[in-house]
Write a protein that binds this ligand. Structure first.
Ligand code: FE
Length: 339
């Protein structure tokens, strides 16, 4: 595997050794996912197929870059997290549909674009974390209850505008409609112990420090904190709640992959996509970041397995993408991040 770190798009353009080559036995990946997650997978892929996988890593700007490069782009696939980023590629018309029996068998319908323009490879649940000390087990079991008066001044969260929260709010709109979701979101805002700030890990720390008792966050942050000596004590102060497990299921989001419109190595790219959805790759990929395999035939391993069976909301990620604009407007209207 050849890797390049692209800190900014400008640097990346000059540092990129990738040349669009239809003949080379290779596949070129633009990735928002970190190197340590992809390395074992791509090594296995190379061994199995003899196709060299080249990766450009970046923190942002890959969609803009693809757009700028147009049909001359060397990129075959984009790997990223969050439905909003995958959907952005579709909206900018940067990706093409893939018609593959293997992908359709390995990736459930709710986790892929209806025309194959993106495929989920791992899932992550958006959970409620509660203080082990100050909140009884079973005291809160649903997202809806976050708006209850009993949590007044007791909830922490990152910005309402963050894609993770936008996707959760989108799912609420899909299930309850806009008016009811607005009432709910105002209720959650009224319960905040502080202005939305930081990332999901910071909310776990805030619970450990007694700033708040309840927060919202993705499953893998908790898992990754438990595995980090310095952050473990904070994680150990909180309990995981899988919201709505007894009802419609817990809201999940995905990391995924999409085939670029201009893909110079289209066949190899589809082989890579199929490989990444296979049981062999799914186990490695999900465990590397304490996520869930998208392939339902692959059991979660490690910490995630210890959390027990998950009952995910079956709402399609495509539907969540379609509610995104409404969710963004709602967050603005209730001034969720305001004082
Ligand atoms: Fe994250």
């Amino acid at each position: 595997m050849r890797m390049k770190l692209a800190a900014t798009a400008a640097i990346a353009l000059t540092a990129l050794p990738l040349a669009a080559s239809a003949e080379g036995n290779e596949v070129n990946i633009y990735s928002y996912r970190q190197a340590y997650l992809l390395e074992p997978l791509l090594n296995a892929f190379e061994q199995e197929t003899g196709i060299e996988a080249n990766v450009v890593f970046a923190k942002k700007g890959l969609a803009e870059r693809l757009q700028r490069e147009g049909r001359n782009s060397p990129a075959d696939v984009v790997m990223t997290v969050d439905i909003s980023r995958l959907n952005e590629l579709v909206e900018r018309d940067l990706v093409q549909g893939v018609d593959s029996d293997v992908l359709e068998k390995n990736v459930p319908e709710s986790l892929r674009h209806p025309d194959g323009k993106w495929f989920g490879l791992t899932t992550r649940a958006r959970l409620i974390y509660t203080s082990k000390e100050r909140v009884e087990e079973g005291e809160i079991t649903t997202y809806e209850q976050l708006a209850d008066d009993k949590w007044d001044n007791r909830i922490c969260t990152r910005s309402g505008k963050h894609p993770y929260n936008i996707a959760l709010i989108s799912s609420m709109i899909a299930h309850h409609g806009e008016a009811e979701t607005e009432t709910w979101l105002r209720g959650v805002k009224d319960n905040l112990a502080r202005k939305p700030q930081g990332g999901d890990r910071d909310q776990i720390k805030a619970i450990a420090e007694g700033v708040c008792d309840v927060s919202i966050g993705n499953s893998y942050y908790y898992g990754n904190m438990l595995q980090d000596e310095n952050q473990r004590p904070a994680a150990e102060a909180v309990r995981l709640v899988f919201p709505n497990a007894d009802g419609r299921g817990t809201h999940i989001n995905i990391s995924g992959i999409a085939l670029t419109k201009s893909a110079p190595n289209r066949e190899n790219a589809i082989k890579l996509m199929e490989f990444l959805s296979s049981p062999e790759a799914q186990g490695i990929y999900a465990e590397a970041n304490t996520e869930y395999p998208a392939n339902p035939n692959v059991e979660p391993t490690g910490l995630v397995a210890e959390w027990g069976e998950i009952h995910p909301d079956s709402l399609s990620l495509q539907e969540i993408a379609e509610k995104r604009n409404a969710a963004v407007k709602l967050v603005d209207r209730v001034d969720f991040d305001g004082e």
